[in-house]
Design a protein around this ligand. Structure first.
Ligand code: ASP
Ligand code: MG
Length: 421
């Protein structure tokens, strides 16, 4: 069995959805679990609805949602010629779940409402795609993943209850695959024991695909994207990128850790652990080779892999009484970062100072600062970049650092990281 994941861009327009259907048709004689995201930028649009709702602009939220529903009905009409009553009713029924939420008085946390509302995006897109495939005689079963993907109630970043999900997924998918070659379900969403909807974190569909591949012992996962392959850097930030044909899980997880937005970082572990290869392929041209990500002991020659994280802050924390930054102070400082849920991208410490590079937008930065300042002097530098290069060469560094000044630098044989201005 294979797992395919299609992101929002792959079904952004009905033309693309048709193209995807053709692509799926090539695999109709194999068993394929198809995981799909919400159409285009639907998740962003849903986030706006949540914000309006939570700011008590109920009628604005309702209007925006009605427009989003109408867009989906229209998309279905365009794709299917004329949508069937069954599909139309199904979309209406799914939307009713959200309309109920939008008519409630809110007395629960923001994240709870976020998940109840935002999770509709994937339910609508997959319902439309499944109906379309069946209409053009590509038999496919639609499954509501909320019956399978069981999580805790950490809304917006739910943790999978692995044993429960595993046993349900095996039963449900195996039964579906007895009847159908193609099974379609949603990425990114799941549900709690009380059957309230949850989401797994933005861009989480890759992760869902990997989780099911792991549970079902899939032969491979393919993430279909609008780019030909993985590149050694983000082409929006670097003009001269090169494609990467083959790369190890280890290398990709390092790239993701340093901030490359290639694949959702949680995707790698479930695949690596079961040695399931991950292909990144281009849905615009299925003949392109794409990238193979897997476990291999063979030595791969990599180009310099570059990751630039923008909007960084460099925090310098100094002891006031000239006590050393050793284990006791370090553990105090780390505890504060941890309590404020602020991830440190890079650290360095000296005799009486601790330096950390962090993203500049965490919600709880103010809280962290206040806590640190109770005991330490804190200085900060803002609007910085964190530049990481794996497999660096002197040429690349000379070229990329020409107009930048370096505030902090750390180097191993393979990786160089610099906080630059
Ligand atoms: N639709 C969700 C998002 O845009 C999940 C995903 O695309 O993976 O974040
Ligand atoms: Mg998406």
């Amino acid at each position: 069995m294979k797992v395919f994941k299609f992101g929002g861009a792959s079904i952004e327009t009905v033309e693309r959805a048709r193209y995807i259907a053709e692509l799926i048709n090539d695999y109709r004689d194999e068993k394929v679990l198809i995981v799909i995201s919400a159409i285009g930028k639907t998740t962003n649009a849903l986030e706006k609805i949540v914000d309006a709702f939570y700011a008590h602009n109920i009628s604005e939220a309702q209007q925006l949602f009605a427009a989003l529903e109408a867009d989906h009905q229209l998309y279905a009409d365009q794709l299917l010629g004329k949508r069937s009553d069954a599909l139309s009713n199904k979309l209406t029924e799914l939307c009713t779940e959200v309309e109920w939420v939008l008519s409630e008085q809110h007395d629960r946390p923001y994240a709870y409402y976020y998940d109840q509302i935002v999770s509709i995006g994937e339910l609508l897109s997959t319902s439309i795609m499944a109906a379309y495939l069946n209409q053009i005689d590509i038999a496919a079963e639609w499954i509501d993943v909320r019956d399978i993907m069981k999580t805790d109630d950490t809304y917006r970043d739910a943790n999978i209850q692995w044993n429960k999900t595993e046993s349900i997924a095996k039963t449900v998918f195996e039964k579906a695959f007895k009847q159908y070659n193609l099974v379609i379900t949603q990425g990114y969403i799941g549900s709690t024991d009380d059957n309230t909807s949850v989401t797994l974190g933005r861009e989480g569909s890759d992760y869902s695909a990997a989780v099911f591949a792991n549970i079902l012992d899939a032969e491979s996962v393919t993430i279909w994207k609008d780019v030909p392959s993985l590149l050694n850097a983000d082409p929006k930030l670097f003009p001269n990128t090169v494609p990467i044909e083959e790369i190890t899980f280890h290398e990709v997880i390092e790239m993701a850790y340093y901030g490359a937005q290639v694949i959702h970082p949680k995707t790698i572990k479930p695949l690596q652990n079961k040695d399931i290869p991950l292909y990144v392929k281009c849905f615009l041209d299925k003949n392109l080779k794409g990238t193979l990500i897997h476990n291999t002991t063979k030595a791969i020659q990599y180009p310099p892999i570059m990751v630039l994280k923008t909007n960084q802050i460099l925090l310098q924390v100094n002891t006031r009484d000239y006590s050393f930054i050793t284990e006791d102070n370090l553990s105090k400082i780390y505890t504060l970062f941890h309590a404020c849920k602020i991830k440190i991208n890079m650290i360095q410490n000296a005799a009486i100072s601790f330096v950390a590079c962090i993203d500049s937008n965490p919600e709880r930065f103010g809280e962290l600062l206040a806590a640190l300042e109770k005991e330490y002097d804190v200085k900060r530098n803002e609007h910085l970049f964190l530049f990481t290069v794996r497999h660096y060469t002197q040429n690349i560094l000379d070229e990329e650092l020409r107009n930048r000044s370096i505030l902090l630098e750390q180097k191993t044989r393979q990786t160089i990281q610099m906080v630059v201005q």
